[in-house]
Design a protein around this ligand. Structure first.
Ligand code: AMP
Length: 190
C-alpha cells in the first residue's frame, strides 16, 4: 500500500493534485476539509460543530478530527492506499495518525509538501472563491487567518516526518501537469 500525506498551505493545490493522483494510483482520498464540508451540507451535528471553526479559519479541535478519520481508514483497509489531504494538521493529529496506522499494521509511506509563496496562495484562493464559492476563500481576513494558522500550528508537522526520513518537498508553482509529474516521480519511488 502507498499511504501518502499531501501537505502544504491552503491554496497550494493539494485537492487538485489529489484528484489526479487517486486516479493514477487508485488510492482512497481522505480530505478532512471535504468531509467537514459534506457534513455541513447535510446539516449534521458534526457539520454544525465544525462550522464554528471553519467560518473563522481556525482548526477544528484535534479530538473531533481524529475520531472522524478512523472510520474511513478502517473501511478501506483492502485498498491500494490512501492520500491524506489536509490531515494531519497538528502534531497531535500526526501522532494519532501514526498510532492508528500501526494499529491496522499500516504505515505512512511519505509526506510530500507542495510549496508556493504567500502572494501566489492568496491569488489562487481568490480565484477558487469565484469558481467554487467557498466562504472561507472569499473573505480575505479568513484567508489570512488560515495562512497564519498554517504557519503557527501546521508547518511544524513536517518535522515529525522529517525525523522518520519520510519528508519530501516539491515546487507547487507550475501547470497542474508539471506539478503532477514532480509528484509522480516521488510517489513511484515510495
Ligand atoms: P481545507 O479544505 O483542508 O482547507 O479545510 C477547510 C477547513 O476545515 C479548515 O480551515 C479547518 O477549519 C477545517 N479542517 C480541515 N481539516 C482539518 C484538520 N485536519 N484539523 C483541523 N481542522 C481541519
Amino acid at each position: 500500500m502507498k499511504n501518502i500525506i499531501l501537505f502544504g498551505p491552503p491554496g497550494v493545490g493539494k485537492g487538485t493534485q489529489s484528484k489526479k493522483l487517486l486516479e493514477k494510483y487508485n488510492l482512497v482520498h481522505l480530505s478532512t476539509g471535504d468531509i467537514f464540508r459534506n457534513e455541513l451540507k447535510n446539516e449534521t451535528e458534526l457539520g454544525k460543530e465544525a462550522r464554528k471553526y471553519m467560518d473563522k479559519g481556525e482548526l477544528v479541535p484535534d479530538t473531533v478530527v481524529i475520531d472522524m478519520i478512523k472510520g474511513p481508514i478502517e473501511k478501506n483497509l483492502k485498498s491500494n492506499g490512501f492520500i491524506f489531504d489536509g490531515f494531519p494538521r497538528t502534531m497531535a493529529q500526526a501522532e494519532a495518525l501514526d498510532a492508528m496506522m500501526s494499529s491496522f499494521n499500516l504505515h505512512i509511506s511519505g509526506m510530500i509538501a507542495l510549496t508556493a509563496n504567500e502572494n501566489e496562495l492568496i491569488n489562487r484562493l481568490q480565484k477558487r472563491a469565484e469558481l467554487e464559492g467557498r466562504k472561507d476563500d472569499a473573505d480575505i481576513n479568513i484567508v489570512k487567518n488560515r495562512l497564519k494558522v498554517y504557519n503557527t500550528e501546521t508547518a511544524i508537522v513536517k518535522n515529525h516526518y522529517e525525523k522518520q526520513n519520510k519528508y519530501y518537498e516539491i515546487d507547487g508553482i507550475g501547470t497542474v501537469d508539471e506539478v503532477f509529474e514532480r509528484l509522480s516521480i516521488i510517489i513511484d519511488q515510495l
